[in-house]
Design a protein around this ligand. Structure first.
Ligand SMILES: Nc1ncnc2c1ncn2[C@@H]1O[C@H](COP(=O)(O)OP(=O)(O)OP(=O)(O)O)[C@@H](O)[C@H]1O
Ligand SMILES: [Mg+2]
Length: 255
């Protein structure tokens, strides 16, 4: 059965896109059929996975998939196992569409567009934007699991509480099968003392939710956005520390 996992937090720059792309790449490399859904008008997931200009996809994105209630014609093949449903700036118009012209339930629009192609994939991974608007609530509604990428700073910590309220709201009202799988921390600067405090605070407020894997800053990971995953000599260095995370993620997504 297809597992739909979204990577989400309304705080910007916590590595949602990087984590989604590396997880998609590694799952596909393991032999799974993977669809990576870019659900952020920044188009960063589209760019990192296709290494194309995001405007090449104008008129052929997740926005059109939603307008047609069917993503079938809009997935882009990166490899046999890895497909992308692209996005670019025009996705920012989605709320206008959902509340003016859409005839279904607005919060279920993404779920509905993915339904016809869901069976073609083992995993559908959804990248979300840095806000709690319609894109994020649609992604949570379409998902079985949600993972929070977390950076060790105050503003990211503060963002966790309203985010969890949103998850609980979606779970209670639209998607009873949504499960909060865990928080993946990334160390911003291991030299500063408060890093340990931010990790301990997670254990206090969200017991057993922190993944044991902790991601460290790594120049090769940052350079993925320039060179992508394919024909990039640094890719192994960039993804190495995500392998133990992937093992934990797959274990947690059994339930
Ligand atoms: N492990 C890492 N080491 C070094 N840099 C990283 C790492 N992970 C992510 N980055 C960099 O941090 C920045 C933010 O990452 P990313 O774009 O994935 O975050 P995001 O949460 O998707 O941001 P947004 O909220 O804008 O969508 C990017 O420049 C990315 O290359
Ligand atoms: Mg992003």
């Amino acid at each position: 059965m297809t597992k739909v996992i979204c990577f989400s937090l309304q705080k910007g720059g916590v590595a949602k896109t990087t984590t989604t792309s590396i997880t998609a790449y590694l799952l596909a490399e393991m032999g799974h059929k993977v669809l990576a859904v870019d659900f952020d008008s920044q188009g960063n997931l589209t760019a990192i996975l296709t290494q194309q200009n995001i405007y090449d996809f104008t008129g052929r994105t997740v926005l059109e998939a939603i307008k047609e209630d069917n993503a079938e014609e809009y997935t882009v093949k990166v490899t046999d196992n890895l497909h992308v449903l692209p996005a670019n700036d025009y996705l920012a118009t989605i709320s206008k569409y959902l509340y003016r012209d859409y005839t279904g339930v607005p919060v279920r629009a993404l779920e509905k567009a993915l339904e016809p192609i869901k069976d073609q994939y083992d995993y559908i991974l959804i990248d979300t934007p840095p806000n709690l608007g319609d894109l994020t609530t649609n992604a949570l509604t379409a998902s079985d699991y949600v993972v929070i990428p977390y950076a060790t700073d105050q503003w990211t910590f503060d963002a966790l509480f309203p985010f969890m309220e949103t998850v609980q709201y979606v779970e209670k009202n639209v998607n009873q099968s949504l499960k909060f799988v865990g928080i993946l921390p990334r160390i911003i600067d291991s030299r500063v003392g408060e890093t340990k405090d931010y990790l301990e605070a997670l254990d206090t407020y969200f017991p057993n939710k922190r993944f044991e894997t902790t991601i460290k800053s790594n120049a090769a990971a940052r350079r993925l956005q320039m060179y992508g995953f394919f024909d990039n000599s640094e890719v192994n260095k960039a993804v190495r520390q995500y392998k133990p995370f992937l093992k934990e993620l797959l274990e947690r997504c059994q339930e």
